[in-house]
Design a protein around this ligand. Structure first.
Ligand SMILES: [Zn+2]
Length: 197
């Protein structure tokens, strides 16, 4: 949708979760994917939310939230990790595109987390994924309930959310003044549900 007003983080979250309900129940609107929407969005964008998530082919944010062109500013990399370029992209979206909600979304059966947890030998640049995932695995080892790998995914989403929220100076200041919210979530591949964590 092309919107004139700026949505608060809470309003944006409500719209996302409503879309997720439609996705869960296979009642997609699938609005604004092409045709007129493409033309309307050609000149500008004002995305509802920024989503940082895994590159996993089964985790497509536009579908999961039943949204269309111009609705989501999406950053994806294996494990849903963060680096300076991604932080810069988030800073750009909150300052220039008026997005108020940053969602960090982990997911079940994450291959990156599974690979690091199994201790497989990960060569080349794949090895750069290990340290943040290792830290999340350590946190998950202390949790006595639930699925270990899912707990690690949730711990990772929380840690990355904190890192984004504390990023100086731009995002930290906007979070402190209450303009921007950074929210960790967990996506269940089987049910399609996005859970706030
Ligand atoms: Zn993944």
């Amino acid at each position: 949708m092309v919107r004139e007003e700026i949505y608060t983080a809470d309003e944006a979250l409500e719209i996302l979760l409503e879309g997720n309900q439609r996705f869960m129940h296979c009642e997609l609107n699938h609005k604004d994917h092409c045709g007129e929407a493409r033309e309307l969005h050609a000149e500008r964008q004002q995305p509802l939310a920024i989503i940082l998530t895994c590159a996993d082919s089964r985790v497509p944010p536009l579908d999961i939230f039943d949204l269309g062109l111009g609705d989501l500013f999406v950053l994806r990399v294996a494990g849903g990790l963060i680096n300076d370029q991604m932080l810069g992209s988030i800073e750009y979206a909150v300052t220039h595109l008026q997005s108020r909600l940053v969602m960090v979304m982990g997911h079940s059966s994450c291959g990156a987390i599974t690979a690091v947890a199994s201790g497989s030998r990960l060569g080349g640049h794949i090895a750069t994924l290990i340290p943040p995932i290792d830290a999340a695995l350590k946190v998950a080892r202390k949790v006595e309930t639930g699925n270990f790998l899912d707990n690690a995914s949730k711990a990772l989403a929380r840690a990355i959310s904190e890192k984004i929220a504390q990023s100086e100076p731009i995002i930290h200041d906007l979070v402190e003044e209450g303009t921007v919210k950074v929210i960790p979530t967990f996506y269940n591949l089987s049910t399609g549900a996005v859970q706030l964590i």
